[in-house]
Design a protein around this ligand. Structure first.
Ligand SMILES: [Zn+2]
Length: 301
């Protein structure tokens, strides 16, 4: 074989290798689709419900649409209400926001909803810490969740719901110890979905920031449990983002409210977009083999 022909031959071989490489990726995807789906979840986050902007009616329309996906239950990623955390927010306003939340979510009263706390959900401006509406406990009650962080099991999957709101996207010491124990108690190989409000890891930190500040601690902990197939979901930054690190997938599923139900600003790529991310929600399919399909559905309400 002449040198030029040999090079041509090598080139072809390389091409064939590349092709068979992508073919094997395809067959993995195919395998995934053949594995039995055990759960379908709706992940809504950053609903930021408010009486303005016709948001209640638009939110209910979204929920009607989501129900058509025939989901088993809802995961709500926090920032359920527009904002209770600013110094100027009054008791009446906080009550008004939670009232709209409870009225609109009646649309899905037939479904379980497991929620986590968002940074805008807490009323820190209450007259004092003894006030029944002060801080996290009131939000826990409004959302009907057992605690500010908790876990539960469903059809062989373990769900961990974290409270990121400990000084700008972080776990506190008590919660870290709990999380370490929680991961130890589940069986080897158990698939896990972990929901937090702030992304534990995200690619788009160059845009706004807003990650967990203790990402290193959490990803190191997850690595100690690499036998468990862990998938993380989040919101907070209103951006659609996906990161993979040490075989753990981190999906940030935009925001249901997009640009807080408003039209947007000069950086919005479309109506109600936050930057290039449209308002939407995710439908997450969980399969028997521990694999996950996370799909973001933009909505136009
Ligand atoms: Zn947030």
């Amino acid at each position: 074989m002449k040198r030029r022909e040999l090079l041509k031959y090598i080139g072809l071989t390389a091409g064939t290798v590349a092709l068979s490489g992508s073919a094997s990726i395809l067959s993995a995807a195919e395998k995934n689709s053949k594995s039995k789906r055990v759960l379908r979840i709706a992940h809504i986050t950053d609903v930021h419900i408010r009486p303005e902007e016709n948001a209640p009616e638009r939110f209910v329309q979204c929920l009607e649409e989501i129900k058509k996906h025939k989901v088993d239950f809802f995961l709500n990623g926090g920032d359920s209400i527009y904002a209770a955390d600013y110094d100027t927010i009054t008791r009446d306003r906080v009550n008004e926001l939670w009232k709209v939340w409870s009225e609109t979510t009646k649309e899905i009263s037939g479904f379980e909803m497991h929620s986590c706390l968002g940074n805008h959900d807490m009323w820190w401006a209450a007259p004092n810490k003894q006030d029944s509406m002060y801080g996290k406990e009131h939000v826990v009650k409004q959302l009907g969740i057992p605690k500010r962080y908790y876990s539960f099991d469903k059809k062989g999957w373990h769900f961990i719901i974290l409270d990121s709101n400990n000084g700008g996207g972080s776990l506190d010491e008590e919660q870290r110890l709990w999380l370490e124990k929680d991961l130890q108690t589940i069986a080897v190989g158990t698939p896990v979905v972990c929901m937090s409000h702030y992304p534990i890891l995200a690619v788009c930190t160059h845009v706004d920031g807003g990650n967990h500040t203790d990402s290193k601690y959490i990803s190191d902990l997850f690595y100690k449990h690499k036998d468990k197939k862990i998938t993380c979901i989040s919101g907070h930054i209103h951006l659609l983002d996906e990161a993979v690190y040490n075989n753990v997938h981190y999906y940030c599923n935009g925001a249901l409210s997009g640009f807080w139900w408003e039209r947007g600003d000069k950086d919005s790529a479309g109506k109600s977009f936050y930057k290039q991310t449209p308002p939407g929600y995710a439908i997450i399919d969980l399969f028997e083999d521990g694999s996950v399909k996370n799909q973001y559905f933009p909505h136009s309400f």
